[in-house]
Structures are given as C-alpha cells and as structure tokens.
Design a protein around this ligand. Sequence first.
Ligand SMILES: Cc1ncc(COP(=O)(O)O)c(C=O)c1O
Length: 388
Amino acid sequence: MKLACKMSRLGTETAFQVLAKAQALEAKGKDIVHLEIGEPDFDTPSHIREAAKAALDKSATHYCNSQGILPLRTQIAKELEKSRGILIEPERIIVTPGAKPIMFYSILALLQRGDEAVFPSPLYPIYESMVNFSGAKAVPVPLREELGFRFDIKEFKSKITSRTKLVILNSPHNPTGGVLEYDDLRAIADIARDRNIVVFSDEVYESILYEGKHVSIISFPGMKDKTILLSGFSKTYAMTGWRLGYAYMPPELVEPVVRLIANSVSCTAPFIQYAGIQALIGPQDSVQKMVEEFRKRRDLIVDGLNEIPGVSCRKPKGAFYAFPNIKKTGMKSKALAEYLLKGANVATLAGSDFGKYGEGYLRLSYANSRQNLQKAIDRISAALKKAK
Ligand SMILES: Cc1ncc(COP(=O)(O)O)c(C=O)c1O
C-alpha cells in the first residue's frame, strides 16, 4: 500500500512508544520504574467522578454541540475571566477530547506551505510534527539552560520573518519545567501585536507552578484576538484518560476549528463535559495537595540527580518534569534512555525526542511515588557507574 506523501512528515509522541516497550519488559517479569509518561498518578477527585456517573444516569450520552455544551463553555469563560483578567465570551471557547486536538485543528486551519511557525525547542513533540505535516516551515529557537530554560528574546526576534504566521509558546513547559517570565511574554506580545502573527499559548500546566503566579500572554494589551489559549483538565484534575480540553480562540478561527471537529470526532462526550463543570466549580483542595506532593518529589529527584557524577539538573519551576543535563556522561540521550531502560529498568525519555535542541538531556516525569523516584535514582546511579 502506498501512503500519502504527507504521512512521512507526521511525527509522533515517543512517550507512548517507550511506555509500550516498558510494558513489554514488565510482561517478561521486569520491575520497571516509569518516568516516561507525563500524567499525574493521583486519582481523579471523587466529586468529579460522581458528577460523571450522575450525568450518565441522566442520559447525557448522546451527540451534542460540536463546539462543546454551553454550560461548560460558560463556566470555563468565568474561570478564564478571573484568572486572565479579560472579558471571555463562551462563543469563542471550543471544547475537545483532550487539549491535544486543538493543536491538530488549529495548525491544520492556519498553516500551509510558505508559512513559518516559530517555537522554542525542545518542545512537546506534537507541535513540530503538526507544523511539518501542514507543509509549513518549522523554525525552532533554542531554550537556554543557563536562562532557566527560557529563550534569548533577541534570538527569538531574529527568527521572525514576513512569513511567520504562528508563534508557539508553552509555559510551564514540557519537557524542561521552565516558566516564561513577564518580560518574555511582553516581548513576544510586542512582536505579534503589529504583525499578522497568531500566538498559540499552551497553558495546560498552569496550575502546576511552584513559585509565583501564572501569567498568560492573552492578558497583554492587543493579544485577546491574536491568541489561541489552550488549557484543559488532564493535568490539573488528574483526568488524562477522560479526554477533556479546551481553547479560547481568535474569532476567525472558531468556525473553521468547529468544522474540523464536525469532520472528525463530531463532539466531546457530554457526560464528561458535565464532570468538567464539577471540576471547575467544586473544591480545589485536591489540586493544591497534588502540587505540594509534586514539589516534594521535584526536590527529591533533582537533589538525587545532582549527586550522580556526570549529571546536573536545574530545579524546574513548574509542570512535573526534570530535565537533567547528561552531556558529561558522554552518551547521546537516545542511547542513554535505551541503556537505562534495558540496563537499569528505569523508563525515561531522550531529550532529542522533543526536538534537536533537546539533545544532551533526559526527561524524567516525577509523577510517580517518592519511593519509586528514590529507586530510580539509585538504579540510574548504579548503571552509570557500571557504564564507566
Ligand atoms: C505541553 C502539553 N500540551 C498538551 C498536552 C496534551 O494534553 P491532553 O492530554 O489534555 O490532550 C500535553 C500532554 O502531555 C502537554 O505536555
């Protein structure tokens, strides 16, 4: 069978491939510590689960509005108004099965051959994959470890051309745990405001922040109609398997993206959307507890990694990923991740899985118990000693 040429440009997310490899080893009796997959290991809070059950019992089990049910969009709008300090119209909110489809739909709707998309690298791999798939040119800007994994704004500006149509941001950031500062966002807003550039701002980790307050580029003057603000329920409420995400869109993009939904998944399961309303209006203490536990795990894993010769790790300010520098081990990130999986029973991801500027690093998700994190550190340390 001959596939369409464009399929050769579509990448993937290696976390799922490494998970499958690790599970195959487990099936053979190996005891694997999973630091590859990016999902909270906590249960979805019970009031959210109860809301889904109640909605099922009320037969919220049929097709619904492709854009998302109005009560959920209204509640999301209220939350965004509070946190972003701007007027948010429910008519511009789009609900999808998880946050990820918004990347797919927005990039398909916006980009084509001849366009350019500028983004920090490393970055969640689906962005580069989708930009390539669209036929547009991917223009990565390196994140600098010495800047706390932020970009140099002069370097960022130097990549903007008359063909730049999209700038992609992600803060708090996967895979580095870096957080963009107010001045970074202001500088990007200054670049986008007077040009024909849309900013895609991925804020799915907005609640998992260890210091300061989340700042969104959409709150800057002139950015409300130029920003695709992406967020969701997967990370904040430990709802990765439910598939529920949303975006606030520039007016011109709403109809085309809803049309793409109608052409693909039709709509997001309504009983899950009702559970989403409960997540937003219900108690938020589980979110705070989760973040406090992540903070303890972050400190444990970062301190542990910094004890290992050849490895150094900055303290991430958000999300739940450590991104240690492994250049002094003398191994490439893919080879090291493979060695740790086979030789130490620890599943990690190579930095290069997140783009070319991720080489020299590993990504370790610390969404795992402190006991398992300690086990992983001990195993990595022993395996690296043996490799010398
Ligand atoms: C930066 C980033 N954006 C979006 C997503 C996808 O979120 P969802 O599971 O809600 O589709 C992820 C998942 O890991 C992510 O890391």
